[in-house]
Write a protein that binds this ligand. Sequence first.
Ligand SMILES: Nc1ncnc2c1ncn2[C@@H]1O[C@H](COP(=O)(O)OP(=O)(O)OP(=O)(O)O)[C@@H](O)[C@H]1O
Ligand SMILES: [Mg+2]
Length: 282
Amino acid sequence: MNLLTFLLFLSLVVFFIIYGFMMNRHWQKMVKEKSELVKETEAQLIQMEKMASLGTLAAGIAHEINNPLGFLISNLETMHDYAGDIEKGRGDAVKIKELDEITKESLEGAQRIKKIVQDLRTFSRKSELQHVSVDINQILESTLSIVWNEIKYKVDVIKDYQAKTNIYSDPTELSQVFLNLLINASQAIGDKGSITLSTWQNDEDIFIRVSDTGCGISQEVLPKIFDPFFTTNRKGTGLGLSVSYNIVKKYNGDIRVQSTVGEGTSFTVRLPKELSEEDKRA
Ligand SMILES: Nc1ncnc2c1ncn2[C@@H]1O[C@H](COP(=O)(O)OP(=O)(O)OP(=O)(O)O)[C@@H](O)[C@H]1O
Ligand SMILES: [Mg+2]
């Protein structure tokens, strides 16, 4: 190797060393920039998730308060009309008796709103969520008793409770899910029909099924039923199923639906038997 070749070789080595050093600094800078971007995106995602749960909560509040508020307003309007009639001397005994009933009903509505607001105050304080060991069959029974008066004349209820294991969860949240499913089932039944409530379990999960012999859901409507504000019901807000879905998802479960138009619909809720330690602490 002559001197010229050696110098050429040496300059090449020096070039690659300098090039490598510069590239290294360039990559380090890029990696730093990228990891900052990842951190920023992560923060944005957490913020978005917080906003989404806030939205879910707001949706729940609207849904729960809307019904009693609706009949409270309508009752107050009737009372206002009756008061006008009575003032003009057109009030009769029937109207006065009705006024008594309307006042009682309105008071019940107002009490319900008060209770919902109280419940929500508890709900908003995470530590006060009552995660206890619950018997799913018992929750189903107490939820049924809430709607019993409204549905007893048109619906036969068939029960098949096979689930044995208690699960660790908040009973009021689960009750809200079952209430929404029961109300939907009864609304889907026209004159007369039946609702079957069944529970069972396998090694990992507990299943709760609410089946009805109602109108069924068409293929076009089916993909939309869990969307917030989707409703085919003139008086509905369309939040029942989306609120229920979010609650069940929080427990790492899911809700499945099977339906045939003219025959009926089945909603099946799956809840894991063992909630993770993290869930238990929530
Ligand atoms: N059991 C069922 N049978 C037939 N259709 C159903 C049933 N459950 C839900 N649906 C359909 O899904 C839609 C959405 O249900 P969801 O409970 O979210 O809202 P909603 O019942 O319309 O109103 P809300 O629950 O707010 O009073 C209903 O409007 C109805 O079209
Ligand atoms: Mg509903």
